[in-house]
Design a protein around this ligand. Structure first.
Ligand code: ZN
Ligand code: MN
Length: 139
């Protein structure tokens, strides 16, 4: 909690109970939740929280560089408090999103650079497949 307050302040953000709750939750999960999932998880203990606030807060966190947004092919974006580049695996059956860890593709952007006249700034590498749980319950 104290750490979250410090982190928000370091980004010049006003500290509110909602912002603390959302950032604390994101920095303690490996689930890469979307806004709805964050709202569902926090609403019971934060009855004044609204889904709109979650969306607005995530947008603010993203522009402050506190979180990264992942598009995994779903209508809503997933969020990750780990902002350094890393690859992800997505289950095409249950939608689970995990880190590819350790990530052997750290040099991908440098490798792509000679093949384009664009100045490359970022990339997202996502692998799709079946998680062990879904693989097990497959008919
Ligand atoms: Zn799955
Ligand atoms: Mn991640």
């Amino acid at each position: 909690m104290k750490d979250t307050t410090k982190i928000l302040r370091a980004k010049g953000l006003k500290v509110t109970p909602q912002r603390i709750a959302i950032y604390t939750m994101l920095s303690h999960t490996k689930e890469h939740p979307n806004a709805e999932m964050i709202y569902q998880a926090l609403e019971p203990t934060n009855p004044t929280l609204s889904l709109a606030t979650v969306y607005k807060t995530l947008c603010l966190f993203k522009s402050s560089g506190l979180v990264q947004e992942l598009s995994v092919g779903e209508p809503s974006a997933r969020y990750d408090a780990i902002t350094t580049r890393h690859s992800h695996v997505v289950c095409t059956c249950c939608g689970k999103v995990k880190d590819l860890s350790p990530d052997p593709f750290g040099e991908l952007r440098q490798q792509a650079t000679p093949f384009t006249d664009f100045t490359l700034e970022s990339e997202q590498l996502i692998f799709y497949g079946k998680c062990p749980e879904c693989e097990k319950t497959k008919p």
